[in-house]
Design a protein around this ligand. Structure first.
Ligand code: BGC
Length: 344
């Protein structure tokens, strides 16, 4: 009798385990289907037709990077500075402007962090990227000169973090590299784009790219949100006097940038919420980046502060510029908060 009972129980457990496995399989299939369905035209109204492999910079936007652009409708005119590849022989036809929408986009990308990605592999898979993280399309003339390089701006020392000031440094240091850059994409290092149709280029209005982050349930947390990843043309950036230098610690600086844009008569443009999706690499809150208690007061005063505080008043000391195969690492000393703020 006891044996029979044991047998029945075991059988039930086996069935339950089997059912769980089946459920797991079905969920995995749905997830994969969601990603790969993008390849089929009739499942996606945004889908690109050509699914062949393209240069990763053109179809796979990267964090902290300034990727080349291909100027969709409404793009600023081609920069006169954008020069064709000078290695081409004189008998070859002149390069044509790059396509408005790069061919070979794949749409939704499967982003997961379970397997490590080595720098060697990134290098191997991006053979056209040259020292310092520079890239130029070999076969067409870019319509804008997006800072065709990846610059990582690293704050030297142990003082309170200042994100917006570091972004200002990135703007100036990239221009030192190439004064013809006319579009700048500013990205947090921990954000990975999940869709290659979210093109890293500049638009008629300042662009907010990171509209749907996983940490906010893939929704915009509030209408005036401008955090994560944004892009401004050189003239848009200069019109707002760049970003504020006086936000020490976490929060508020992106709201201040949003205010600067509105106060200067511009509007933020954004991609579709289904395209502007990002995954954040999980990490502890960084040291020296405590929430800034002054931020609520400061964002009320942008109108008064933006003229004196910005790219025009930026001061820093360059500590090191190190050219790596896939990026340029720039370490800078940017000072510390005034004593009143340092006390919190
Ligand atoms: C902060 C922003 C931050 C946003 C989302 C706001 O309260 O001021 O800096 O990006 O919250 O976390």
């Amino acid at each position: 009798m006891t044996r029979l009972l044991l047998g029945v129980t075991l059988e039930r457990i086996c069935k339950a385990v089997l059912l769980l496995c089946l459920l797991h399989f079905v969920i995995i299939m749905i997830l994969y289907f969601d990603v790969y369905a993008q390849h089929l035209d009739f499942f996606s109204r945004f889908n690109a037709r050509n699914t062949s492999r393209v240069h990763p910079f053109s179809n796979s936007s990267r964090p902290n990077s300034t990727a080349p652009s291909y100027g969709p409708a409404g793009a600023e005119p081609p920069s006169p500075s954008a020069k064709p590849n000078t290695n081409r022989s004189v008998t070859e036809k002149p390069l044509q402007p790059c396509q408005e929408m790069p061919s070979g986009l794949v749409g939704r990308l499967l982003i997961e962090f379970s397997s490590p990605m080595s720098m060697e592999r990134v290098q191997r898979e991006n053979p056209d990227v040259s020292l310092g993280g520079k890239y130029t399309p070999p076969d067409c003339l870019p319509r804008q000169k997006v800072a065709y390089g990846i610059y990582i701006i690293n704050q030297y020392g142990e003082d309170t973090f200042n994100r917006a000031k570091l972004l200002n440094v990135g703007f100036l240091e990239a221009l030192k590299d190439d004064e013809e850059y006319d579009c700048f994409i500013f990205s947090d290092v921990d954000l990975i784009p999940m869709d290659d149709r979210n093109l890293y280029r500049c638009y008629e209005q300042p662009r907010h790219f990171a509209v749907g982050m996983d940490k906010f349930g893939f929704r915009l947390p509030y209408a005036g949100y401008f955090g994560g990843v944004s892009g401004l043309s050189k003239s848009q950036f200069l019109k707002i006097n760049g970003f504020p230098n006086e936000y020490w610690g976490w929060g508020g600086e992106d709201d201040d940038i949003f205010n600067r844009i509105s106060l200067n008569g511009m509007k933020v443009s954004r991609p579709d919420i289904r395209i502007g999706r990002y995954r954040m690499i999980k990490h502890e809150r960084d040291k020296h980046n405590e929430p800034n208690p002054q931020r609520f007061t400061k964002i009320q005063n942008t109108k008064m502060t933006m003229k004196r505080d910005g790219i025009s008043s930026l001061q820093y000391r360059l500590v090191e510029v190190s050219r790596q195969p896939m990026y340029t690492n720039i370490t800078v000393e940017i000072g510390r908060p005034p004593p009143r703020l340092a006390r919190g």
